[in-house]
Design a protein around this ligand. Structure first.
Ligand SMILES: [Fe+2]
Length: 295
């Protein structure tokens, strides 16, 4: 079993790097940690970065997850290869750019490129947010697959993920620690990143951010609303390059593992995804095809 300790980052291709960075800093409120040679690294918490933009074709390049150490990474490589997946080991330059000690990349059966990393650099200095959006941390990420049951079989057969709740055949919300979900799979025809989430400190931040975004003409995809599954109050909005961001506050913690039973929600019910019955549609950022190349 491959033990995912946490989510690490999203790597996203940006055809217009400057605009993508400006939005991430001035609108989302992330800290620009560094920018060099067609790359930009942004953070929301102590992780060196949770979002890296790479100048080039638009689309998600990969999503990263942390494993414990080099031994765990080597074991993961063996387990993934045994499962018939092609694994590409990262090189020193790639690791340096990701600010990790070592990493590998693989393509899941649905075409999503996933990276496993060890020793993601921490920056202990205080955060210098682009604006006071109330962000406290990089909360979760969501990928697409055409069949979420099959996707769960894949993820749960190889990784320490547990389903927290099902939203019909529409979404599988998974935890790797006490947080209700840090990884989710949404039904989508093509591989891609449904959205990346940032936790904010209060409901006031969600609502203040909503007005801030509306005043600036940012496309709100869904919310403000409240997910019945995680109980989080959410707001989804579209950034450049097709990347959807989410702010949320108040995600449920599952502290009694033995007692939790995954629940099933029916998408045809008006409050299956939003207790406040708001309408909205979140669109995904397509995956840049892997072709065995670590980008
Ligand atoms: Fe989310």
């Amino acid at each position: 079993m491959i033990n995912l300790q946490d989510i690490a980052y999203v790597r996203s291709g940006a055809a217009d790097l400057a605009t993508a960075v400006r939005f991430a800093v001035d609108i989302v409120g992330l800290e620009l940690v560094a920018e060099a040679e067609g790359r930009a690294w942004l953070r929301a918490d102590e992780r060196h970065h949770c979002l890296a933009f790479v100048e080039g074709a638009s689309g998600v390049l990969s999503t990263g997850f942390a494993v414990a150490d080099e031994g765990a990474l080597a074991d993961a490589e063996t387990a993934l290869e045994k499962a018939g997946l092609k694994v590409v080991r990262g090189d020193a330059a790639g690791a340096a750019e990701r600010r990790v000690r070592d990493f590998l990349a693989f393509e899941d059966p649905f075409g999503n490129v996933v990276e496993l990393v060890t020793d993601q650099v921490r920056l202990p200095r205080p955060l210098a947010f682009g604006r006071p959006s109330g962000i406290t941390e990089f909360g979760h990420l969501c990928l697409d697959a055409p069949d979420i049951r099959e996707a769960y079989r894949f993820w749960s057969s190889l990784f320490n993920v547990r389903v927290s709740d099902w939203i019909g055949d529409h979404a599988c919300l998974m935890r790797i620690d006490a947080v209700h979900h840090k990884l989710a799979i949404f039904r989508g025809d093509k591989p891609g990143l449904c959205h990346m989430n940032f936790q904010v400190a209060s409901i006031d931040d969600v609502m203040r951010n909503w007005h801030f975004l509306e005043e600036r003409g940012v496309e709100i995809e869904a919310g403000p609303g409240r997910h019945p599954q995680s109980t989080a109050i959410f707001l989804y909005f579209k950034g450049p390059e097709g990347l959807t961001y989410e702010y949320s506050f108040g995600a449920r913690l599952i502290t009694d593992e033995a007692a939790w039973r995954p629940r099933y929600f029916d998408m045809s019910e008006p409050d299956a995804i939003d207790l406040w019955r708001g309408k909205g549609k979140v669109t995904s950022q397509p995956q840049v095809p892997f072709k065995g190349i670590v980008r």
